[in-house]
Ligand binder design. Sequence first.
Ligand SMILES: CC(C)(COP(=O)(O)OP(=O)(O)OC[C@H]1O[C@@H](n2cnc3c(N)ncnc32)[C@H](O)[C@@H]1OP(=O)(O)O)[C@@H](O)C(=O)NCCC(=O)NCCS
Length: 311
Amino acid sequence: MSKQQNLLSTAGKINAIEFKLQYRPEPLMTKTAFTVREMREADLPICLEFTQQVKWPHRMGDWQLHFSQGNGSIIENAEGDIVGCILWWDYSQQLATVGLVVVPEHMQGNGLGRKLMDTVMSQTGERNLQLVATVAGKRLYQQCGFEEAALIYQVQGQLAGTVAPLSSDASIQALDTNNLADIIALDVAAYGCSRASLLTAVAQQGKGLVAYRDGKAVGYAMLRTSGHGQTLGPVLADDDDTAKALISQLLTSETGFIRFDLTERAKAIQPWLESLGLAQVDEVSLMVKGEFVPAGGTGAKIYSLISQAFG
Ligand SMILES: CC(C)(COP(=O)(O)OP(=O)(O)OC[C@H]1O[C@@H](n2cnc3c(N)ncnc32)[C@H](O)[C@@H]1OP(=O)(O)O)[C@@H](O)C(=O)NCCC(=O)NCCS
């Protein structure tokens, strides 16, 4: 091809691109009416289908737990088909978490995710907001004013064998209705606000342990059936040895698939978890709009989340 022919062909391609840009089909949003309404229990099978489509491991029990503790919205098209969902959890006048934000693939890029986020941001008012963002969601959240505050490490796998129970200088007791108030108080100190209703609901779904030193609760951990197997979270402890003692004693009679959503605080115990067969499979961002509420302080620290959505 001569230089001139080459130039003509390039010009043709540029014209074609310009034509495409000029005559790009309008986003669905301007042509179709979408409405947001409150999520109902009857919507959960479709919401579950959405999370399965994006390969999240939630089962119906996980959806029911998140729904029962939260405020959900769904978005419908003009035909009444559900085309997106979102939930938020109200922990205090200062803090809410947001999660389970899904728009099915064929509807993405039409502003539905933004509409769902706008709904939640108007419902949550002045509260600081937290969420754990997937790569797909990060840009949307940045546009909504969220900033990355920390990293969360998804660690999971089949237990390699029987977990040897470890001990620390704390004494460990089974979690039951008598010491539930102790863990709720400990959680308030570490998390910055009360998650009493949520912790009570999670405790009812599985089993837990509480660590005491000098008669004072210094850590706790819970294990429940969820996703591909069981989820170990929350885990709070005032040192690594106590965290390992709680985790190992909860796992000692377990086999099968275990998942953790670890905070940066848990980095030091990750090699030990790996020796149990639990490897890091993802690293995601904890994003915050407003102030980052978890107080820190000198008490117990959060090692593992309840779930990415709950925090
Ligand atoms: C994240 C998600 C909810 C966004 O929904 P959506 O309806 O496609 O988002 P919107 O159309 O409202 O887009 C909002 C903004 O984010 C941008 N955006 C959305 N998805 C994007 C992507 N994958 N890559 C880059 N930008 C993206 C859009 O371009 C838009 O920006 P603009 O206004 O400048 O054009 C959707 O992609 C989804 O469900 N993904 C799978 C599940 C998931 O990861 N959810 C997030 C959990 S934290």
